[in-house]
Write a protein that binds this ligand. Structure first.
Ligand SMILES: Cc1ncc(COP(=O)(O)O)c(C=O)c1O
Length: 443
């Protein structure tokens, strides 16, 4: 085995301290979605839950590279697994067998929800949803797809057609065979409706869509997409019994359920997958982001019976199931195993601290989430009117205190907290103090 030196923590970025990086980026890169486009932050290294600037300033990252840096920045076990595999074989294509790829598929089959023992690897969440859509349509022989309001499923043609938020519906064409059904967003349920009635109403609307959509047919219903906790949509989730009913409903009409676990998968909610908090099991699980600790990878898991629908489907993915990504995934799984208690403990600490703030600050409409996937929704002093201005100010104030969080929801009024799983008790406290002080300043 070749000896590989793994630099962890040192600056590896050529000319990383250039003050004109912003101008060079604008000249050389297409315009990208960035927080603070006029005054972007530059990072060159990271460790644990911290990102470091070229000048050596540290920022506590409560957004974890958009819920992707599951096992922490600069994780030595992950870095050395990648380096070791890089010394063995970086790429060979799907045309041949490789033991690391097979081991990764076997390990995924062990941790996946009940019965979903077959998988295929891809490179991103969008690709995984695209593949899942192909599987659903081939396995059922039908094409009618349902997704939930507020859903975000990615940027490729079918994935963005399954995406509800208008802001992200900016890249036609869309496939015509998708329609949207209510999400269990109890905070914003119709006025005067109790919570149990609201969930019943959502299910009834879903059943009506299944029955009457696409040429008035049960006959064309193929499947429904659901995120166990909607991420980009604003950290929205219903009670687990809601999802159980939803799955039973879809199955009653012969459809398949796809759980998009791109954000909730790989330990984020305290279990390997968010849907493992439910009693019913979806038919297909889509994953990416935290799967390989930040190394680009995605996967789709399903039952052997459903997977068989793809047996005679001509398909190819140059990088999917790359040995380097598979080595990264196996190392990430090992690290998550040792961090799972911390996900529960730190998640509970953050949730308790945030709920404490609800009593003090009437601008907080709700705190919700599970494990290390939490959201805080801001309104205009108890009116329920979304308050994106406050969220934007908080975002800035926290940045000034070297704390990074995410923003989300169609109105941009929801704080998204999805840190690496190695967040410490002290770091969680640092964030809670920074948030309280920022709220005091703004109020
Ligand atoms: C739930 C969900 N699905 C799919 C995607 C798309 O993943 P990717 O950006 O890797 O294509 C995302 C990305 O944020 C996501 O949050």
């Amino acid at each position: 085995m070749p000896e590989v030196h793994v630099p962890v923590g040192g600056s590896m970025s050529p000319r990383s301290s250039d003050s004109d990086l912003e101008a060079r980026a604008s000249a050389a890169l297409m315009k990208l979605t960035r927080y603070w486009p006029d005054d972007p932050l530059t990072f060159v290294t990271g460790h644990g839950s911290h990102l470091c600037t070229p000048e050596g300033e540290e920022y506590l990252d409560l957004f974890g590279g958009v819920a992707t840096v599951s096992v922490g920045y600069g994780n030595p076990h992950l870095a050395s697994a990648i380096a070791h595999q890089a010394g063995q074989l970086i790429h060979m294509s799907e045309l041949y067998l490789n033991p690391v790829v097979v081991a990764a598929a076997e390990r995924l089959g062990e941790i996946a929800p009940r019965g979903l023992t077959k998988c295929r690897f891809v490179n991103s969440g969008s690709e995984a949803n695209e593949l899942a859509a192909n599987i659903v349509m081939r396995a059922t022989g039908k094409t009618g797809l349902l997704a939930l309001e507020h859903a975000y499923h990615g940027r490729t043609p079918i994935a963005r057609s399954l995406t509800y938020q208008q802001g992200w519906r900016n890249a036609p064409p869309y496939v015509h065979n998708v329609q949207f059904v209510p999400n269990p967003y109890a905070l914003r349920r119709p006025k005067g409706m109790g919570e149990p009635d609201f969930y019943r109403w959502c299910l009834d609307r879903t059943e009506a869509a299944i029955k009457h959509a696409h040429g008035g047919a049960k006959a064309n219903f193929a499947g429904l997409w659901v995120e166990p906790i909607q991420g980009n949509g604003g950290v929205i989730m219903g009670p687990s019994r809601y999802y159980d009913e939803l799955i039973k409903l879809v199955h009653a009409y012969g459809g398949l359920v796809v759980a998009d676990e791109v954000q909730t998968g790989f330990g984020r909610t305290g279990l390997w997958f968010g849907c493992q908090h439910w009693s019913e099991t979806p038919d297909i699980v889509v994953m990416a982001k935290g799967i390989a600790g930040g190394f680009p990878m995605g996967a789709v898991s399903t039952t052997p019976g459903i997977a068989a629908a793809m047996d005679d489907f001509l398909d190819f993915n140059t990088y999917g199931g790359n040995p380097l990504a598979c080595a990264a995934m196996l190392a990430t799984i090992e690290e998550i195993e040792s961090l799972r208690d911390n996900i529960g403990a730190c998640g509970a600490q953050l949730a308790e601290g945030l709920c404490g703030l609800v009593r003090e600050f009437p601008v907080i409409a709700e705190v919700r989430g599970q494990g290390l996937m939490l959201g805080v929704e801001f309104d205009d002093d108890g009116t329920l009117d979304p308050n994106p201005k406050l969220m934007a100010k908080l975002h800035m104030r926290l940045r000034e205190r070297h704390v990074l969080v995410g923003k989300g929801g169609p109105e941009g009024n929801i704080m998204r907290i999805k840190p690496p799983y190695c967040l410490t008790e002290q770091e969680a406290d640092t964030f809670l103090v920074a948030l309280r002080e920022s709220l005091e300043q703004i109020n």
